[in-house]
Each structure stands twice: as structure tokens, then as C-alpha cells.
Design a binder for this molecule. Structure first.
Ligand code: ZN
Length: 72
């Protein structure tokens, strides 16, 4: 069964290879980028900002998947 946890783990694996998948903080478009960027731009709306304004596509905060999950 596919779970959100699996999606999160795949995203972590993606990040460990130097890439990330995020969503644009302005329009919500899904944006793929290299992790070593100081600034990101959305191809869809042109929004350019700090990586913290582009949330990760998957996060680990869902309490249903707390088992075996680190919280940092
Ligand atoms: Zn955008």
C-alpha cells in the first residue's frame, strides 16, 4: 500500500541526491529544484524568494505516521 510516509521517504532520498520537490508559496505549482540554491523561482508565476517560501511537497508532520519517525 502506498502511504504518505513512503512518499516522504522517497522525497528524502531525492533530497539526498541533491534535488528537492517543493510547492510554490505563491501559486502552489510543483517545482523541482537543486537543493544547493540560495533562492528559488517559480516557473509558473515568476515568484522568486527564499527556499523557506517553497514548502516541501511532503512533510513528516502527519501524526498518523509518527512510529519510527524522527521529529527533527
Ligand atoms: Zn508560482
Amino acid at each position: 500500500m502506498k502511504t504518505q510516509k513512503e512518499q516522504y521517504e522517497l522525497l528524502m532520498e531525492f533530497q539526498s541526491n541533491g534535488f528537492n520537490i517543493v510547492t510554490c508559496g505563491n501559486c502552489g505549482a510543483v517545482v523541482i529544484h537543486r537543493t544547493k540554491m540560495d533562492e528559488l523561482s517559480c516557473y509558473e508565476c515568476g515568484f522568486t524568494s527564499d527556499p523557506c517560501d517553497f514548502p516541501d511537497l511532503q512533510t513528516e508532520i502527519n501524526p498518523r505516521y509518527e512510529n519510527g519517525f524522527k521529529t527533527t
